[in-house]
Design a binder for this molecule. Structure first.
Ligand SMILES: C[S@@+](CC[C@H](N)C(=O)[O-])C[C@H]1O[C@@H](n2cnc3c(N)ncnc32)[C@H](O)[C@@H]1O
Length: 278
């Protein structure tokens, strides 16, 4: 276990407080629909279902899920046949919810409290596959420490599967009904984008600790960090859709949201990377 958020950098400690206070909102009305996982033992999250072709056959594999939140994606990995699944997150409230969910569903998943930067040392185990997706690296100020921990959690030959908001799309904002470049692409660790927002991306409740600090990481920074940590990049994908309502004017279609027609084929919205530890 880690020594708790008190030892974290103050900006990351603010993020812990924010994520802890999102948990009751995500468990409540309009949230992650936890009861659907309890009522239907075959239910797999839309995020994991989207990533299933990249994940491949999980049968019998040991899988670590970094930034697992309340465990809906984590138990989805178990439901796809993984032999062992470990979720890691720095929010104790999220892990309480994840453990409670796994206890209710009977899925074989364990959860360990750690921030990303101490994950490899805390868990001290090597896995066949590391999965992390949708709302992950924007919460980290140091992409090199992230990549070092990714590599540190994998066995030699182990696979890495990542999908998240595209670093180019990260710079966009909807201003007066127009989706326009607004935030810096290149961002310094000591210059986070800090916001106060008492709503979360799902759920109707109020987020009690509304302050967040986020960082963009460029395409080059992410790829170079992975390469430097010893990963061999296998494949990169770019997608026109997003898993959540990114802007008020994004258009829902199936399980994803797309940019308005005039921008739809002009900008990447999310991206994915698969890699193998050498
Ligand atoms: C958007 S959620 C996870 C995405 C996942 N797809 C989901 O929706 O369940 C982001 C998670 O990252 C965790 N997180 C943020 N910064 C972290 C850090 N430095 N170390 C560990 N976990 C972190 C938060 O606590 C939160 O549970």
């Amino acid at each position: 276990m880690n020594d708790g958020p008190a030892e974290l950098d103050p900006l990351l400690a603010e993020n812990v407080a924010n994520w802890n206070s999102r948990v009751p909102v995500h468990l409540g009305p309009g949230g992650y629909e936890i009861e659907q996982y309890i009522n239907d033992p075959t239910r797999v999250s839309q995020v994991v279902a989207f990533d299933q072709p990249m994940l491949g056959n999980l049968s019998g594999l040991s899988v670590v899920h970094l930034q697992c939140h309340i465990g809906t994606d984590t138990i989805s990995l178990a439901r796809l046949g993984a032999g062992e699944v470990v979720g890691i997150d720095f929010s104790d409230a999220a892990l309480d919810a994840a453990r409670d969910l796994a206890a209710q569903t009977g899925d074989n998943a364990r959860f360990i409290l750690s921030d990303v930067y101490r994950a490899a040392a805390t868990v001290d185990q090597h896995f066949d596959l590391l999965y992390t997706s949708v709302g992950t690296i924007c919460w980290l100020d140091d992409i090199n420490q992230w990549a070092a921990n990714v590599a540190g959690l994998l066995k030699p030959g182990g696979r890495f599967v990542f999908r998240d908001l595209h670093p180019v799309m990260w710079t966009y904002e909807e201003v007066d009904g127009q989706i326009v470049p607004h935030f810096p692409y290149w961002q310094q660790p000591d210059q986070p984008l800090s916001h106060e927002c008492s709503e979360s991306y799902v759920g109707t409740g109020t987020v009690a600790s509304p302050r967040t600090n986020e960082w963009n990481h460029t395409v080059a920074e992410v790829l170079n960090a992975l390469i430097t940590s010893g990963l061999c990049i296998e494949h990169i994908e770019e997608y026109p859709g997003c898993d959540w309502q990114l802007f008020p004017s994004t258009i829902p279609e199936g399980s994803q949201y797309f940019l308005p027609e005039k921008l739809r084929d002009k900008l990447p919205v999310t991206w994915a990377i698969t890699a193998t530890k050498g």
